[in-house]
Design a protein around this ligand. Structure first.
Ligand code: NAI
Length: 415
């Protein structure tokens, strides 16, 4: 078996961590049982470009249980957990991922996975799908799955330009994904990354959050819960208003720059904080990015402004400006929760990856009859995942009476 990982001897540690994550993924376990019995992915080859984490390892296991052959590479150079990669290889899954790999290796690994000629591709950020369009346009694919907002934005741009060549399920857009993973997962784990790298107290500090979409909302509300004063910078008027009514201060990036102690971006946009902001920031501010790509903080500009740079702590770089002020950057401006912590907890990835597994099954059944478009999974599947998760949490779900169903479906009743 061909693979490329950092250190096969880490397999035992990775195996234990994968087991612990698996214990907190009951919905995925439920799907696994059904997949083992029904073999819905029999004969299917899957190529996955995803964060190589304990939760992804559990998803790979479920896809294999369903009959698929899977190969995995990283969707971010800094998110790979080398022990997980080793455990998967020991379990017979070819993995091409090394934490800290350079851009050339990152794409060599994507191409190694695509050399297996996958029927289905799992992507997180659309890099593998882009290679399939730019460099491997003749390679047949039944369909794809996309995990994150930025990837879906790129796919919709491809669809709008008429270049998308196979159907893709925007798994991110399932309610059981983005309302929980993006909010609660990113909210908690982004702060976890800042805590592990800088170990600062949030209480009493001013935290500036760039973007108040699902991720930004989660980050802002968790920072608030830790006692921080939260400022939101948002370009969409409705979302900005929503932040204001959630109790946060809302202002422009220009006004927020001199006030913040910690800045966290989650926009999917470029250069949210840039030279003009760095000029205005206080000494020893901390910058972190939770958005998919490392473009939200203009680190090129910061590097050009700085007269010094050093690694202050693990995953914490320190730039010194000519006037002596220092600006700290977590995990090189890459996904803070995966670069400086372990990513989302398994409890929430349970739903995201249940959606992924169901999307693979749905595409295997329906792929041939679908157009080359971006699809969202049917609501029944969202409801199925939510119901299973509620059951696993011991929650009761109210059942409507026949009278209530009839009432809600009628229009004749008035005051
Ligand atoms: P979203 O679309 O729900 O929210 C983004 C928000 O940023 C929008 O409200 C938009 O108006 C705002 N925005 C855009 N440009 C801005 C700017 N220059 N200044 C201020 N606000 C701006 O997207 P979502 O789901 O919150 O995702 C955000 C990013 O996080 C994406 O890149 C996504 O792929 C990534 N992501 C990261 C995860 C992680 O594990 N770190 C998990 C899920 C998503």
């Amino acid at each position: 078996m061909d693979y490329d990982i950092a250190d096969p001897s880490l397999a035992e540690l990775g195996g234990r961590r994968i087991e612990w994550a698996g214990r907190r993924m009951p919905v995925l376990a439920n799907i696994r049982e059904r997949f083992e019995a029904d073999q819905p992915l029999a004969g299917i080859t899957i190529g996955a470009c995803m964060h190589v984490t304990t939760e992804t390892a559990n998803l790979m296991t479920v896809l294999r249980a369903g009959g698929a052959a899977v190969t995995l590479c990283a969707s971010n150079p800094l998110s790979t957990q080398d022990d997980v990669a080793a455990a998967l290889v020991a379990d017979g899954v070819p993995v091409y991922a090394v934490r800290g790999e350079d851009s050339e290796t990152f794409y060599r690994h994507i191409n190694a996975v695509l050399d297996t000629r996958p029927d289905l591709v799992f992507d997180d950020g659309c890099d593998m799908t882009t290679v399939l369009h730019e460099e491997r346009a003749d390679q047949p694919v039944i369909g794809g799955m996309e995990e994150t907002t930025t990837g879906v934005i790129r796919l919709r741009a491809m669809e709008n330009e008429g270049v998308l060549r196979f159907p893709v399920v925007a798994v991110n857009d399932s309610d059981t994904k983005h309302l929980f993973d993006n909010r609660h997962g990113t909210g908690q784990s982004s702060l976890d990354g800042i805590l592990r790298s800088a170990n600062v107290l949030f209480a009493g500090r001013t935290v500036v959050v760039g973007g108040y979409g699902d991720c930004g909302l989660g980050i802002a509300n968790r920072a608030d819960g830790l006692g921080a004063k939260v400022i939101v910078v948002e370009s969409d008027p409705v979302r900005a208003l929503s932040a204001a009514m959630d109790g946060h201060q809302v202002m422009t990036s220009h006004d927020a720059a001199p006030l913040g102690d910690v800045f966290i971006t989650a926009t999917g946009d470029i250069h949210v904080f840039r030279a003009e902001h760095f000029e205005a920031m206080k000494d020893s501010v901390i910058l972190a990015n939770a958005g998919h790509f490392d473009v939200e903080l203009d680190l090129k500009a910061l590097g050009e402004m700085a007269v010094g740079y050093r690694e202050l702590r693990d995953n914490l770089g320190e730039y010194t400006l000519p006037d002596g002020r220092r600006i700290l950057v977590v995990a090189e401006g890459r996904l803070v929760n995966l670069g400086a912590a372990e990513g989302h907890p398994a409890d929430v990835m349970d739903m995201s990856f249940a959606d992924q597994a169901l999307a693979a099954e749905w595409l295997t059944v329906n792929g041939a009859s679908l157009d080359a478009k971006v699809y969202v999974l049917p609501k029944e599947l969202d409801d199925q995942v939510a119901t299973l998760k509620l059951e696993s949490m011991g929650c009761g779900l109210e059942q409507l009476t026949d009278e209530q169903v009839a009432y809600l479906n009628s229009w004749q009743h008035g005051t």
